[in-house]
Design a protein around this ligand. Sequence first.
Ligand SMILES: Cc1cc2nc3c(=O)[nH]c(=O)nc-3n(C[C@H](O)[C@H](O)[C@H](O)COP(=O)(O)OP(=O)(O)OC[C@H]3O[C@@H](n4cnc5c(N)ncnc54)[C@H](O)[C@@H]3O)c2cc1C
Length: 574
Amino acid sequence: MKPEVIPPPQAALPDSRGINLYGADPSFAALLGLYLSADLRRHLAPHFERLGALAGDELDQLAATADRNPPKLHARARTGEDRQWIEKHPAYRRLEEIAFSEYGLAAMSHRGGVLGWPKPMPPAVKYALSYLYVQAEFGVCCPLSMTDSLTRTLRKFGDPALVARYLPGLTGQDFDTLTQGAMFMTEQGAGSDVGGVVTRAVKDGDDWRLYGDKWFCSNADAGVAMVLARPDGAPSGTKGLALFLLPRVLPDGAANSYRIVRLKDKLGTRDMPSGEIVLEGARAYLVGDAGRGFVQMADMINNSRLSNGMRAAGMMRRALTESLFIARHRVAFGKRLIELPLMRRQLLKIMLLAESARSVMLHAAAELEKADAGDEDARRRIRILTPLLKFRACRDARRATGDAMEVRGGCGYIEEWSDPRLVRDAHLGSIWEGTSNVVALDVMRAIRREGALDALQPALEAMLPQSASGAALASAVKRAAAFARDTADQRDDVHARQAATGLYYAVAAAVLASEGSRLGATGDARRLLLSALVLAHRLLPRDPLERAAEDRLAEVLLPETPVSQAQVDQLLRK
Ligand SMILES: Cc1cc2nc3c(=O)[nH]c(=O)nc-3n(C[C@H](O)[C@H](O)[C@H](O)COP(=O)(O)OP(=O)(O)OC[C@H]3O[C@@H](n4cnc5c(N)ncnc54)[C@H](O)[C@@H]3O)c2cc1C
């Protein structure tokens, strides 16, 4: 009898593994043309290509492995001496190596020579490359951002001798000798309410000794950390806090006096160690002015909040790229998913969130560059753009990654695909570095105390195109700004999130329109349509029982190919 021939299983599930995440996102290269000088863009083109290929393949596989093999805390060396160390999986080490050493993502803002460019890179480069990296790996982005932000704050406020001692390590690219940074601020009784910090700082000769219990310490074994503590006799609240640099190893090679008590068992960022640390008279160096510790730390927090917003934008792009890939390849009811009208609408909703965040992120990077060059209005604008992006993009990332998980269907819920990791990681963005409530209230503070909206609103209005759609946008920007101003002035906390959301989408719509107008001149005006979508779905009143005219924009936006200005005019019925 002939053996029964069993046909091989059909590979019915589309798998994007191996695609180039830079190439799969055709708008990105065009957008970079608006934010980077032509020579820098030309110079970086192969680096973006390579990182896109890595993110779609090797990095993605490493991230999945590292996620399944969280770090372990050890109390002793194998020779018996008490020496705490954290064991990290080789996959995590390789992820670190690519980010810190090969791409120099933590160093590139602070010195020339990274990626063969003679000068420090503008913020847009760091964010654009990290945006690509984070599409595969989120955990390592915390140590990256901590190192970059700590270096920035140390250089701004630190004593020159202290800066000189630690700068080479912090900006190094040799993986065996570089120094990573961290930020130990939160305590059991002091999270959002940082003024409750009770860690003591006691003067000891030229240095200080710290005593206390830090409750959330990400990148727990970092070489140096910025720590908030209260010098004995200092006033209560944030005014009495001083900022210290805490080295893990003292200049004589001895371990500093603090213990990692345990590592947290986390929902996301499972590969990156977040610990609880007890400071037992740890030696630390005062940074800047003892009475301005919290103000100085705010500089580090704001820089890492911006990075958080960038990461949310990147995760949303990954969610969108995956969703589009599946929708183009998976077949149901005899059609590719992307041909099904309700699926098209679902994809467009993810795209709206992802593209809004990307535009606000790139715009913020440009404003940061101007602010760092001394432009006072740009400083006030970045003061408000930072919490706007951190608050709203991190919230939106929860939704976009969850929606993308559903686009993949049942497999989206299975850990061997990227979706569960994205969803788990995305939920962290809106908690650490300040929860959504706290960050929305910070937007109100920036308006009330620093006149940030007075600098932002005219800049937004100046961006809008002179057209009928530009006029509709101008009116929405005015309304969003008035509502935010009123909410801030009246200290109407209950509406702070609503006001910050309105303002964020007003910024997004304005930036998208401006990008669309500028790109339209060279052949791709699709961002004008995205701006119209944001306006209709996020800023204008809507009747829940009416058919939305903009839903037909899916026909032109989902192919992700350039559209002409004439098509845009026709679609917006000008
Ligand atoms: C994985 C992870 C890693 C972390 N890593 C670090 C780290 O490296 N360094 C570090 O210093 N911290 C770190 N944190 C701590 C994090 O920043 C805090 O958890 C966060 O700021 C919230 O503080 P909390 O946990 O004390 O919550 P709480 O401050 O107690 O907040 C509880 C709730 O109250 C709300 N709330 C607070 N104030 C207000 C208000 N005025 N109005 C309305 N609602 C309010 C909050 O929005 C929140 O929903 C980390 C946290 C996590 C989860």
